[in-house]
Design a protein around this ligand. Structure first.
Ligand code: C5P
Length: 342
């Protein structure tokens, strides 16, 4: 009888959620150039889908990408995540080649963390496919997983942890928080068709020499305390105005994306709500007490775009989606084609 770990019988399937920064305070800079952050992050129902299946007898992994940003180079973070998973396995088991299918429903380079979320899901999913899932004898353990996630990117530790969290340091210090209580808050996302690399936004922010903004940090810290103590979706929606202003990268993104400020103002006039920006943008968010409210707003925005009374920056019509905040810790896997019988 072999003692080698056995992976699941079918493919491992994960949903890789988008994230939203409800706050983003830049509180300092590390000697290596990375910025120190204080940010409250929530996962969204909008998600990519990734499946990983063992390719018996093959030597090389295969990656097939559909949807946003599909192309040969776009998703090399998933390839890197699988390499990190192999290193984390550390010879504890065979790590056969994987066939990876990635359906990208989250716009790329948009401040929604899609690539980082895919990487976290690939890291975790590859280990499970090889029979090294959390709690198994060959599981490399949370510390090794977290270190691998931090090497992959600043947002990856948040996605690996799952759920609502306060993120500090460069992104590697993740403090889980309870999700928003009650009806999941609705979110309208409006993403102009402009790719905005995170590195460019931080570079402009650094060059502008703006000192850390104490007000943003206070708002961020206060929201973390409120969530810890229990905050429901209506009270969160009441805070939309202050949260929409609590992003220290707004100025830098506006320098990079011509017309973003005017578009934000036009959206605010159309919807009568505060408009926030997720992370380094250019995705704009509008917070509602429920998914139904966000859907109604999405229809309003889509009609205005179609009528030409609202025009977004960039090439083509913005991506518009109604989604919701999903606060709780994620399940280990999703989809009925996920089996873990041994
Ligand atoms: O960590 P990640 O590769 O996602 O970051 C992309 C770029 O964004 C970094 O190379 C860095 O220039 C910038 N960044 C930063 N401070 C952070 C996160 C990212 O300066 N906390």
């Amino acid at each position: 009888m072999s003692s080698a770990p056995v992976g699941p019988l079918g493919p491992v399937v994960r949903l890789a959620p988008a994230k939203l920064n409800l706050t983003l305070a830049v509180v300092g800079r590390r000697p290596d150039g990375y910025h120190l952050l204080h940010s409250v992050l929530v996962p969204l129902a909008l998600a990519d889908r990734i499946s990983l299946a063992i390719l018996p007898g093959e030597r090389a992994d295969r990656l097939h990408v559909t949807g946003f940003g599909a192309g040969p180079d776009r998703d090399n973070l998933v390839v890197r995540a699988i390499a990190e998973a192999r290193a984390a396995a550390g010879g504890a088991a065979e790590t056969p080649a994987l066939a990876v299918r990635l359906e990208k429903r989250i716009p790329v380079a948009a401040g929604l963390g899609g690539g980082s979320s895919d990487a976290a899901a690939a890291l975790d999913g590859a280990l499970e496919a090889w029979g090294l899932g959390a709690g198994t004898p060959g599981d490399p353990g949370p510390a090794v997983r977290a270190e691998a996630a931090a090497r992959l990117g600043s947002d990856v530790p948040f996605f690996l942890a799952g759920g609502t969290a306060c993120v500090e340091g460069r992104g590697e210090r993740v403090t889980p928080l309870p999700g928003v209580r009650g009806t999941p808050p609705g979110i309208l996302l409006v993403t102009p068709r402009v790719l905005v690399p995170t590195a460019d936004v931080f570079a402009v922010h650094a060059a502008s020499g703006v000192p850390p903004n104490g007000a943003t940090r206070l708002t961020s810290e206060h929201l973390a305390v409120e969530l810890r103590d229990g905050l429901d979706s209506r009270r969160l929606a009441d805070r939309a105005g202050i949260l929409a202003a609590a992003n220290d990268l707004l100025g830098a993104t506006a320098i990079l994306v011509q017309g973003l400020i005017a578009f934000r103002r036009a959206l605010a006039r159309l919807l009568g709500r505060p408009i926030g920006q997720s992370g380094s943008g250019p995705t704009l968010w509008v917070l509602y007490p429920s998914h139904g409210d966000a859907e109604a707003a999405a229809r309003t925005v889509t009609s205005a775009l179609a009528a030409g009374t609202l025009v977004g920056p960039g090439d083509g019509e913005p991506f518009v989606a109604a989604t919701s905040i999903t606060g709780g810790p994620p399940g280990p896997s999703v989809g009925n084609d996920t089996r873990s019988e041994r």
